[in-house]
Design a binder for this molecule. Structure first.
Ligand code: NAD
Ligand code: DAU
Length: 348
C-alpha cells in the first residue's frame, strides 16, 4: 500500500485534510504525525480513527532522530506538511518556538525525505502548506500573486517564510520535488478559539466582551476550511513540482464588518434580541505589526487546476456557527485549563 505522511493532522486544517484523504483514498495508508500541542486534539478526527487506512503517530517534527527513524521505517510516497505553530499573537509573546517548529521542524522533514528518497524522486512529492502572510501587507488596492516578493511582518510569518525558502532551496539544490501553497484565512469547524471567528463565537455564547484590535479596519480574505482541504487534495495530486499556488476565498472582509455580521447571525441562532451581541464589541489595544490587508489572487490554481471555493461565505459561516452550537462539549473542553491562562495573559 502507498503511504502518505500528513503532519499536524490533529489541528484545525490538518484534521480536515486527514479526513478527506482517509475517506477519498482507501487504497492509500495515511499516517498522521502530530505532537498534540495545545492546538492538536484527537477529538478533531475521532470519526476516522478506526479506518483501516489510518495510522496516528504521536511525535514532534523538531526531534531529528525521531523523524529520521520514521522515514527509515516507512517508504512514504509523499509528505504534506501542516504541523506548525500558527497563531500570530503567540508568536509575538514567544517567537522562538515558532522558529523551532516551523523552521527546524520543516528542515527535519526535508532532510528525512531527501535521505530516504535518495535522489529517486519518481512519484514522490513534498507538499508544504504555507500562508499568504509571508507576503506581508497590502495597501487598500491590489492582490497577492505567486510572484509577490516575500516581506513577512510577524515572527509567525517570518518563520513560515523561512520554511518556504528552505523548501524551495531543497528543490533547487537537491532536485527535491516540492510544491508550496500559500492560503488566506481559513474558518470552519474545529478552529481553535484563539483565532478571530471561533473566539468571538465562544465569547458571544458566553456573553463575554469581543476584543476588536485597533479600529477594526483590518481586512482578511476568508476561505471555508473544507475548500482549502479540497484545494490541497487537488494540488497534491495534479499540481506541478517546483511550483507555488495561491489559494484564497475571493472574500474580503474588514474585521469590524465581519464581527457585526457574526453578531447578527448569533442573535438569530441564540434567539436573542437583534443588536444584543453587538453590545459586546470592545475596542482593545492593537496587535503590534498588524498587517492591514490580505487578499489573494487565486487565478493560477483556478485556471490550471480548476479549483474554486464550493461554498459562499454566507453558507460557510452558517455551517460554522451551527457546528459550534452543536459541539459545545468540544468548545468547553478546549477552553478549559491552559486556555484560561492564555486568555488572561493575552487580553488582561
Ligand atoms: P493549528 O495550530 O490548528 O494546528 C497545528 C497542528 O500542528 C496541531 O495539531 C499541533 O499539535 C501540530 N504541531 C504543532 N507543533 C508540532 C510539532 N513540533 N510537531 C508535530 N506536530 C506539531 O494550525 P492550522 O490553523 O490548522 O494551520 C495548519 C497549517 O496551515 C500551518 O502550517 C499554517 O501555517 C497553515 N495555514 C493556516 C491558515 C489558517 O487560517 N489557519 C491559513 C493558511 C495557512
Ligand atoms: O492569512 C492566513 C493566516 O490567517 C494564517 O497563516 C494564520 O495561521 C491564521 O492564524 C490567520 O492569521 P490572522 O492573524 O489573520 O488571524 P486571526 O484570527 O488571529 O486574526 C484575524 C484578524 O482579526 C486580524 O486582523 C486580527 C484580528 N483580531 C484577532 C483576534 C484573535 C482581533 O481584532 N481580535 C482578536 O481577539
Amino acid at each position: 500500500m502507498k503511504k502518505i505522511l500528513i503532519t499536524g493532522g490533529a489541528g484545525f486544517i490538518g484534521s480536515h485534510v486527514v479526513r478527506r484523504f482517509v475517506n477519498n483514498y482507501p487504497d492509500v495508508q495515511i499516517y498522521n504525525l502530530d505532537a498534540l500541542t495545545y492546538a492538536g486534539n484527537l477529538e478533531n478526527i475521532r470519526d476516522i480513527e478506526n479506518a483501516p487506512n489510518y495510522v496516528f503517530v504521536k511525535g514532534n517534527i523538531t526531534d531529528t532522530a525521531f523523524v529520521d527513524s520514521l522515514f527509515s521505517e516507512h517508504d512514504f510516497e509523499g509528505v504534506i506538511n501542516l504541523a506548525a505553530e500558527s497563531h500570530v499573537d503567540r508568536s509575538i509573546t514567544d517567537p522562538l518556538i515558532f522558529v523551532k517548529t516551523n523552521v527546524i521542524g520543516t528542515m527535519n522533514l526535508l532532510n528525512a525525505a531527501k535521505d530516504s528518497w535518495k535522489g529517486n524522486y519518481e512519484g514522490k512529492r513534498f507538499y508544504h502548506v504555507s500562508t499568504d502572510e509571508v507576503y506581508g501587507t497590502l495597501g487598500k488596492e491590489g492582490l497577492f500573486t505567486e510572484t509577490t516578493p516575500y516581506s513577512p511582518n510577524s515572527p509567525y510569518s517570518a518563520s513560515k517564510a523561512a520554511s518556504d525558502h528552505f523548501v524551495r532551496a531543497y528543490g533547487e539544490t537537491y532536485g527535491l520535488p516540492y510544491i508550496i501553497t500559500n492560503c488566506s484565512n481559513n474558518y470552519g469547524p474545529y478552529h481553535f478559539p484563539e483565532k478571530l471567528i471561533p473566539l468571538f463565537i465562544n465569547n458571544i455564547i458566553n456573553n463575554k466582551p469581543l476584543p476588536v484590535y485597533g479600529d477594526g479596519r483590518y481586512t482578511r480574505d476568508w476561505l471555508f476550511v473544507e475548500d482549502h482541504a479540497a484545494a490541497i487534495d487537488l494540488v497534491y495530486h495534479n499540481g506541478k513540482n517546483h511550483e507555488t499556488y495561491n489559494i484564497g476565498g475571493f472574500n474580503e472582509w474588514q474585521n469590524i464588518d465581519l464581527v457585526k455580521l457574526l453578531c447578527t447571525k448569533m442573535d438569530e441562532k441564540l434567539g436573542r434580541e437583534s443588536g444584543e451581541s453587538e453590545k459586546l464589541i470592545t475596542y482593545v489595544k492593537d496587535r503590534p505589526g498588524h498587517d492591514l490587508r490580505y487578499a489573494i489572487d487565486a487565478s493560477k490554481i483556478n485556471k490550471e487546476l480548476g479549483w474554486e471555493p464550493s461554498v459562499t461565505f454566507e453558507q460557510g459561516l452558517e455551517k460554522t456557527i451551527d457546528w459550534y452550537l452543536q459541539n459545545e462539549e468540544w468548545l468547553n473542553s478546549v477552553t478549559s485549563g491552559a486556555y484560561k491562562e492564555y486568555y488572561q495573559k493575552q487580553y488582561q
